[in-house]
Design a protein around this ligand. Structure first.
Ligand SMILES: Nc1nc2c(ncn2[C@@H]2O[C@H](COP(=O)(O)OP(=O)(O)OP(=O)(O)O)[C@@H](O)[C@H]2O)c(=O)[nH]1
Ligand SMILES: [Mg+2]
Length: 361
């Protein structure tokens, strides 16, 4: 799973990126004129994996991972070359989800490109820049088709869909709000548009705002709710500083600053919810591992996530949900108490299922 961080310059994208991935990338890239993207992996915290690792003491423990891509800041007018332009958006065309960082913190020593703090304005401006980037892509593609010598049936069909998109985008309607048939969607899939991607809003607040709230808070959260944008607050800088401390001090400061859940916990939950994902687990002496699947996946398809041989030779899945496992404490006890179920290939995997696949190898 991949996510791309977007936002205006100096809102804290790289600070948040470092926090998520434990990377140590230099911040304030905009000011120094750097336009490279940063790539790293974030580990999805999972207390079920922790617990299973304690029980099995395996050679290897594998948490779910999120690939995070941090790009330079977009300014209003980026599509016309303002700021660092928008070419770097190509780095995030393949992501599953966009994470938009907006600045609520009011540190006067840090320049805001618009000269004032206004979260809703910034959400809309970035949305507009993404839309204009998609419009550019549509126009470039139409030009290319028109300039080509070959006029195939496929290209004619694609041009028709692109024309439809162009009209909507010119009227400021993003692709996720355009009704397209499955066939039309298939035709434009290869273009990796940005405004079809789910968006999560991360509001970067300072310590005081986190502890005491702030004036526009309710308005911002209501706005996000209305627009169907999942949103949560982090104090990226404060949390990054705390994460340098040892575990005991960290807990004290988290409490003091009113940080109930860490940024990665909040982000992972938002992503799983928005993308309709769940985890199942496998556990043994060799490895304890969390696997990410779409809600509604059946046992046979889930087996295929591990290995195509297991899917092909699927016999049954031996299943116990983590909650039951935790109560039993270990697998021997769970078996004794008859808590393990044998499920067939059509069984729909539930979040937190611990599964042992039986298959003909
Ligand atoms: N006061 C305060 N400063 C912050 C906060 N988050 C980030 N900063 C500071 O803001 C500056 C910019 O942070 P970055 O993380 O580089 O921001 P960015 O969005 O990656 O910026 P560009 O890559 O330049 O677009 C740095 O000096 C950070 O320390 C915050 O919550 N409060
Ligand atoms: Mg940055």
């Amino acid at each position: 799973m991949k996510v791309g961080l977007v936002g205006l310059p100096t809102v804290g994208k790289t600070t948040f990126f470092n926090l998520l991935t434990n990377a140590k990338v230099e911040t304030s890239a905009f000011q120094s004129g750097k336009i490279n993207a940063n790539f790293s992996l974030a580990r999805v915290p999972d207390e079920r994996v922790d617990f299973l690792a304690e029980v099995y003491k395996p050679k290897k423990v594998t948490y779910a991972q999120i690939e995070v891509i941090d790009i330079p800041g977009l300014v209003s007018g980026a599509s016309e070359g303002k700021g660092s332009g928008n070419q770097f958006l190509d780095n995030i065309r393949k992501v599953d989800c966009l994470v938009h960082i907006v600045r609520a913190f009011s540190d006067e020593s840090i320049l805001h490109p618009e000269g004032s703090i206004d979260v809703i304005r910034d959400i809309e401006n970035i949305g507009m820049e993404l839309l204009l980037a998609d419009l550019q892509l549509v126009e470039t593609r139409i030009e290319r088709i028109d300039a080509g010598k070959k006029i195939t049936k496929e290209l004619t069909a694609e041009r028709e869909v692109l024309q439809k998109l162009r009209e909507s985008l010119e009227n400021e309607i993003g692709l996720s709000d355009i009704e397209l048939s499955e066939e039309e969607q298939r035709i434009i899939e290869h273009l990796d548009f940005l405004t079809v991607k789910p968006v999560i809003i991360v509001i970067n607040v300072d310590e005081q705002q986190l502890a005491e709230g702030y004036e526009s808070r309710e308005k911002i959260l209501n706005y996000c709710k209305e627009k169907n944008l999942p949103a949560f607050e982090v104090s990226a800088k404060a949390e990054a500083e705390i994460s340098e401390l040892d575990e005991q001090d960290r807990a004290v400061f988290m409490k003091e600053l009113n940080i109930k859940e860490s940024g990665i916990d909040l982000l992972a939950r938002a992503i799983y919810e928005k993308l309709n994902l769940i985890s199942f687990l496998t556990a043994g002496e060799d490895e304890v591992k969390a696997w990410t699947i779409t809600r509604g996946t059946n046992a046979k398809a889930a087996a295929g996530k591990i290995h195509s041989d297991i899917e092909r030779g699927f016999i049954r899945a031996e299943v116990i949900n983590f909650k039951d496992f935790k109560e039993c404490g270990n697998m021997v006890k769970a078996r004794e108490l008859g808590k393990l179920r044998l499920e067939g290939k059509e069984y729909i995997i539930q979040d937190g299922d611990i599964i042992n696949f039986r298959f003909n190898g």
